[in-house]
Design a protein around this ligand. Sequence first.
Ligand SMILES: Cc1cc2nc3c(=O)[nH]c(=O)nc-3n(C[C@H](O)[C@H](O)[C@H](O)COP(=O)(O)O)c2cc1C
Length: 220
Amino acid sequence: MVSAFNEKDNEIFDKIILKRRTYRSFGPEIPPVETINKIIGAGIHAPYAGAAVVSNSAYFRKFFVVDKRSKTMSALIPLFFKEALKMSAELKKAIEINEKLRESAAGFVNRLAMIENLGMVPGVGTAPYFIITAEKKGFPPVEQQSLAHCMENMWLKATALGLGFQLVSITSQMTDNEELCKIIKLKQGEWALMGCATGYPADELSDSIRPSVNEVTTWL
Ligand SMILES: Cc1cc2nc3c(=O)[nH]c(=O)nc-3n(C[C@H](O)[C@H](O)[C@H](O)COP(=O)(O)O)c2cc1C
């Protein structure tokens, strides 16, 4: 049996879970490099699909930190926006002929319309740092699940360090994007990608609000 942490430790752990929120607005102050490294360290310790990637000798998870003030960021902003426009055009076409999709995708269509109006993808250039995480594709193809675990570890650590965190899920669509793969020097199509933005939050959000355990749990 794993030795349990004491009550105080668990109170802190629970507090971090409740404080973890999606921050979409960041202050101008740049967090120290060590803080970002600690967040990445938490991501490295997240679980990975051992059987899917174990035959590869090279390490299978990589992180790319893009500073808001960098030339790389200036290149990424239009690249991500172009991807959002492409997605939006494809979705508009698809919902014209698919009524079911039109209903289920309504929320996402609105989100893409908001991005179109904004002229950029929220999280790419709106926070001090944008971090792209890459996971080598393997078999079975569970890289996105692996990346989700990685993101959650990073998110909780960012929260513990007082930083805001925002997923930028359009990054996951860009595994085949030639220009992005050139910038991060990864072979096109060989890596699954996910992105997140982090920095000090502009305002503090309330704790996470969810249904109670009893409302959503069935014991059998
Ligand atoms: C798979 C996934 C993708 C998400 N993508 C985005 C995104 O691209 N941009 C964003 O601002 N939030 C994104 N979110 C955050 C959710 O909108 C957010 O977690 C949800 O609304 C609950 O809010 P909370 O995180 O503050 O508890 C994503 C969340 C998940 C789980």
